[in-house]
Design a protein around this ligand. Structure first.
Ligand SMILES: Cc1ncc(COP(=O)(O)O)c(C=O)c1O
Length: 380
């Protein structure tokens, strides 16, 4: 078998190359979340009696029960703990799913731009990746007709991420139903990356999609809506028991199990998720309002579609200066990070805006300072 060759994800490579002392991150994909002492304050005995041996490979049962409940919000048929497996972040779950499902020459369909590993990992595993580009002119909405054109007998996996990183777009229940019909016709799997499911939503709270289709793998994680990326706990949920077992076999070659401490803290956070999410989602609402005022003040210099849900959006920089140049200057002179859309393989002068951070206004003030200093507003 050929050597697996991994490329460093472009967003991480971009940050590393900047070699800047970043203090404000305007592109963060996570909600604000809590510090450890704040989480412990919600349940002071949280860490009493935690056994520091290996955690169960599938994840602690009580945590899996909480995850099943959390991910089932709004569903008429809830998930159960037996269908859940924990992983060290959603990233490890993505690895377990793809390495369990994909063989060389399988075909995979992914919508782009996207979280880099969703498109890169299938390639590393030898699969053929068909990309379907979301378009700014369509407000980044999913194009299911294009999916119908690309899907065929060799398609093994359809990858969907909703709410979407980096555009903030959301798949509707009708679109999900059409995707299920297409997947069923060609007997392929759906990877439903729902890591930002419980975050801010401009309309009603979102529910997990595709749960009626038995070849779906749902992904969730502590890092995005809850803002607890330091707890390396994510999960996969599927009705396909055979696939779940294969994914657990894969996990025994990566982490074996999650940290028992992280799993316990994740359970505590899920028990208090309503309170944490209310705080995080209010922060996103406040930051959206702040950003609306910012682009009004610099009328025409920036344009965007506010997120339908989640904490991410793409912002267009309407200036002759390439957004990469703006990003480098912002990092080096103002210690503030924005990620140009080229790191997500999207052409055009866009950057990803992360709206979760409690220091968002300070980061934006740094961007204003750079615009004013370089006179970018008066000389577009
Ligand atoms: C869409 C998407 N899926 C999966 C992940 C992986 O999550 P984690 O880094 O918490 O493992 C990310 C992280 O940015 C993401 O944006």
């Amino acid at each position: 078998m050929a050597t697996l060759t991994f490329e460093q994800p472009k967003h991480l490579a971009f940050v590393q190359k900047l070699e800047a002392d970043i203090r404000f991150n305007l592109s963060d994909s996570c909600a604000q979340g809590l510090y450890l002492d704040e989480l412990i304050a919600l349940q002071p005995n949280a860490l009493q009696g935690v056994n520091l041996g290996y955690a169960p490979i599938q994840g602690a049962f009580l945590l899996r029960e909480q995850i099943a409940k959390f991910h089932s919000a709004g569903l008429s048929t809830p998930f159960n703990a037996e269908q859940v497996a924990t992983f060290c972040g959603a990233q490890e779950a993505i690895f377990a799913v793809m390495s369990s499902l994909l063989s060389p020459d399988d075909e995979v369909i992914v919508f782009t731009p996207c979280y880099p590993s969703l498109a890169h990992l299938p390639t590393v595993l030898g699969a053929k990746v068909h990309t379907i580009a979301l378009q700014a002119s369509q407000k980044w909405q999913y194009d299911i007709d294009a999916l119908a054109e690309h899907i065929n007998e060799r398609t093994r996996l359809i990858i969907v991420n909703t709410p979407h990183n980096p555009t903030g777009t959301v798949l509707s229940a009708q679109q999900a139903e059409r995707i299920c019909q297409l997947a069923a016709k060609y007997s392929c799997y759906i990877l439903a990356d729902e890591v930002a499911l419980h975050g801010y939503s401009a309309e009603q709270p979102l529910s997990s999609l595709f749960s009626e289709y038995d070849k779906t793998i749902h992904l969730g994680v502590m890092s995005k809506s809850l803002g607890l990326a330091g707890l390396r706990v994510g999960w996969a949920i599927t009705q396909d028991r055979e696939l779940l077992q294969k994914m657990l076999n894969a996990k025994t070659f990566t982490s074996i199990c999650c940290s028992a401490v992280d799993e316990q803290l994740a359970r505590v956070a899920l028990l208090h998720s309503e309170q944490i999410l209310a705080q995080n989602n209010q922060q996103i609402r406040d930051n959206i309002a702040h950003f609306e005022r910012f682009i009004t003040a610099y009328a025409g210099l920036f344009s965007w579609h506010a997120p339908q849900a989640g904490s991410l959006a793409l912002v267009k920089f309407n200036h002759a200066m390439p957004v990469e140049t703006l990003a480098v200057a912002l990092a080096q002179q103002q210690h503030t990070l924005i990620l140009p859309s080229s790191v997500f393989d999207l052409a055009g002068n866009y950057f990803r805006l992360g709206l979760g951070n409690r220091h968002f206004a300070q980061g934006l003030a740094r961007l204003s300072a750079l615009i004013d200093e370089q006179d970018l507003y008066h000389s577009p």
